[in-house]
Design a protein around this ligand. Structure first.
Ligand code: C2E
Ligand code: MG
Ligand code: MG
Length: 737
């Protein structure tokens, strides 16, 4: 079809000129109109196009054909909608109805951004973006005749806009998504998933001690570290979720359809481990850690704000729990902050009122049972709280300056006490990483030695791997100063933290303490633990250091660790920590030796608990008290006449239901074995992998909300059906512990 011929029909489309029309003084000239159109096309301001009733392109400006560098046959006569497409990748355009929908509906289109589609298949061609407008033409009888329209090339502006919008969605430092994008994304996922009854995991990460890297190594080093963190996160998460950097050292991961707390916990553990490996930055090495908070929609929140808040609270709890931990959201976290404040206040008072004590746990030489060292462990017996574990109050104190005061007190007391012991017995004092980084720490140590008169080599400072977080230079300086004082240094809890062997070479440790967790599992199927113990002892010997194996509770463990070469042992099998009077009594009798005494076999810890739970059988709900809980089973009290082999459902609260079988009974006591093992809740407790779905509850007529802390609304699910209860309910009294 001749282009000019088409143009004639196009001219017609603009309406037949009225020969008598007068514009100003000049008489309208149809030829003038033609030439204006020609000039318009040639000027490159825009082009003209037209389709026929079948939607095929019947005209397009020559200039456009030239620009596209395509033979005319590939354009003219082709369906218009095959030539162009709207940009579905661009969030701004996405909501627009696609071009083909508009054209099929014979809608007017205005300034629609389209991509020239043929160009995509030709790799050499750049992306061509047009803005097109067009209106449908109908004949007198209302029959559709085709489109008439204009177009112009906006590629340059549009590409720039795309880059800008990418910038608006991405964090320019790490290339991860930014807060703005993550918020929008979470909003849309949570919204869509609510309708589809799907769940979504949300992780919040905060780097531990990142500020120290920034402060001591400079901001460019901090930036370099963040880039590496992002890279590691991408590798771990893969296509399971979307990762964003919300700002500073805060990251977020959206994990659609992941509600298995076992899997989420494993993922969080992996993230913590991998992000804790050292980062090479300009010839130096930086070490940081990370804490992870996890919340799951719809269980912990059904709206974006709610689920975000839950994951924040979980993160906060994880950080407070001692860092390098993950934590699932649970309802009681809301009160955690307040509780910590109160604890801190009480602790401050206790320190000033001299209510804290140091007890000493013997470290024994395995070959002859001789006590060679005593580790000072803080003890706090609070009038109302009872005895509070240092594992609870030390991390709280570490959040403030109080740890320095506590630490100083402990050093002074321990040195003074040790001065009364035989010279063959050393004292070990735990030093928090916060204390160690305090520039005055060496003076505090010197003063404690001086005022007690204790020989420096009888003082052993127990440090944990967390002191390596941050810059290595200040760490090395402190090491050098302490070594000059003549004190001994021990690396505590080895294998739990940043687990890098590299710094062992340069750091002047005299001793490594193998963490209790390896001993705990060394007699179980997990043969790796025994191997790790052997490896650490071997390594430590090779580096000329001593090794203490911590946490030996039974003879079978003792046998394993001795066979792996352990010479120094600390654990309940020998002794728990004892007050100074008890120590003095023991040493007064001459030789200080302790024989191992305890169980033959190590029994994996059953957590002793006291918790009211629900027990569901048939359509009855009974009340029971849980006495202890392990991953695979529980001891409960409160039901009589339950035969062995009965299937029960335990309601542990907050939507946690556990299916189990009664394996043993004695009076009102039932041992229940779980069908599916529980998983770690990240805080030393246990939880179920899955919970009752709020969607299921909603189906049963409840409003859709996140799970309440109480028990599962059994009646709702059974529609109130009632039969006679099979078992007898017994009321159990008792107290915690
Ligand atoms: P740690 O330094 O690793 O101390 C060893 C912990 O393991 C002690 O817990 C000890 O009672 C416990 N333990 C020893 N043998 C066994 C065993 O056979 N089985 C089991 N299950 N546990 C055993 P404790 O006294 O609760 O202290 C916990 C942590 O609190 C200590 O871990 C240490 O990190 C910190 N801590 C205690 N006192 C101080 C202190 O004065 N200053 C600082 N900065 N931290 C302290
Ligand atoms: Mg210790
Ligand atoms: Mg330890």
């Amino acid at each position: 079809m001749a282009v000019r011929g088409i143009l004639q029909s196009l001219t017609k489309a603009y309406g037949e000129p009225d020969a008598n029309r007068v514009t100003g003084a000049a008489v309208f000239d149809p030829k003038l109109r033609q030439s204006i159109l020609d000039d318009f096309e040639r000027a490159g301001i825009g082009w003209i196009w037209a389709t026929d009733a079948d939607g095929q392109l019947i005209y397009i400006s020559d200039d456009a054909i030239e620009k596209l560098e395509l033979p005319m046959a590939e354009l003219i006569g082709q369906p218009f909608i095959a030539l162009f497409e709207t940009d579905q990748d661009n969030p701004d355009e996405r909501s627009d109805r696609p071009l083909n929908f508009q054209l099929k509906a014979h809608n007017k289109v205005r300034d629609l951004t389209v991509r020239f589609a043929l160009g995509k298949s030709r790799a050499a061609l750049r992306q061509v973006w047009w803005s097109i407008s067009g209106y449908p033409k109908f004949d007198d009888r209302g029959q559709f005749q085709g489109y008439r329209g204009s177009a112009n090339d906006i590629s340059v502006e549009y590409e720039r806009k795309l880059v800008d919008s990418k910038l608006a969605e991405y964090d320019s430092l790490t290339g991860l998504h930014n807060r703005h994008y993550m918020n929008r994304r979470l909003e849309s996922i949570i919204g869509a998933f609510k309708a589809a009854k799907r769940s979504c995991g949300l992780m919040m990460l905060d780097l531990d001690k990142f500020k120290r890297v920034n402060d001591t190594m400079g901001h460019p080093a901090g930036d370099a570290l963040l880039v590496q963190v992002a890279e590691r996160l991408r590798n771990i998460v893969g296509n399971r979720g979307e990762i964003g950097r919300l700002g500073g050292d805060e990251f977020q991961i959206i994990l659609p359809d992941l509600d298995d707390r076992g899997k989420l916990g494993e993922l969080a553990d992996k993230i913590i481990q991998i992000l804790s490996q050292p980062y090479p930055i300009d010839e130096k090495r930086a070490i940081i850690g990370t804490s992870v908070g996890i919340a799951i929609a719809p269980y912990d929140g059904v709206e974006r704000e709610e689920i975000t808040r839950s994951s924040d609270l979980a993160l906060y709890a994880a950080k407070n729990g001692g860092r390098g931990q993950f934590r699932f959201y649970s309802d009681d976290l809301k009160d955690e902050e307040e509780e910590r404040e109160l604890l801190l206040e009480d602790l401050r008072l206790a320190l000033h009122a001299d209510e804290l004590e140091l007890h000493y746990q013997p470290v024994v030489q395995a070959k002859d049972n001789t006590v060679v060292c005593l580790e000072a462990l803080m003890r706090w017996d609070h009038p109302d709280r009872g005895s509070v574990s240092p594992a609870r109050f030390i991390p709280v104190a570490e959040e403030t300056d109080l740890i320095n005061d506590l630490g100083q007190w402990a050093l002074n007391r321990a040195c003074a006490d040790a001065a009364e012991w035989p010279k063959s017995v050393r004292v070990a004092v735990n030093v928090s990483a916060v204390q160690f980084t305090n520039p005055e720490f060496a003076d505090v140590v010197a003063e404690a030695l001086e005022s007690s008169g204790l020989e420096p080599d009888r003082l052993e400072l127990e440090l944990t791997e967390s002191i390596f977080v941050g810059d290595s230079e200040t760490t090395e300086d402190m090491f050098a100063t302490l070594k000059k004082l003549g004190v001994r240094l021990a690396l505590d809890d080895f294998g739990t933290g940043y687990s890098s062997l590299s710094y062992l070479r340069s750091a002047p440790f005299d001793k490594i303490k193998v963490d209790r967790s390896f001993v705990e599992s060394c007699t179980q199927q997990d043969k790796n633990s025994a191997k790790i113990i052997a490896a650490i002892i071997g390594l430590s010997n090779a580096l000329g250091m001593e090794t203490t194996v911590e946490g030996v509770e039974a003879f079978d463990q003792l046998q394993v660790v001795r066979s792996k070469g352990a010479e120094l042992i600390q654990g309940w099998l020998y002794s728990k920590a004892l007050p100074q009077e008890a120590i003095l009594e023991k040493v007064s009798s001459g030789e200080f030796k302790i024989k191992p005494d305890g169980p033959e076999l190590y029994r994996p810890e059953r957590r002793s608990v006291f918790r009211r739970i629900g027990v569901i059988h048939d359509d009855h709900r009974y009340e029971a008290v849980m006495r202890d809980l392990s991953k695979t089973g529980s001891l409960i009290e409160g039901l009589l006449g339950v035969p062995v082999g009965t299937h029960l459902v335990l309601d542990l609260g907050a939507g946690q239901l556990v299916v189990g079988t009664v394996s043993r009974t004695r009076d009102v006591e039932l041992a229940v074995e779980f069908e599916t093992p529980l998983v770690s809740d990240g805080a030393g407790g246990l939880c179920t992998r899955h919970r009752v779905s709020p969607y299921a509850l909603a189906v049963a007529g409840m409003p859709l909300t996140s799970l309440a802390p109480g028990n599962y609304p059994h009646e709702q699910m059974t529609n109130g059906a009632r039969t006679t209860p099979k078992f007898m309910q017994v009321t159990v009294s008792g107290s915690a512990g």
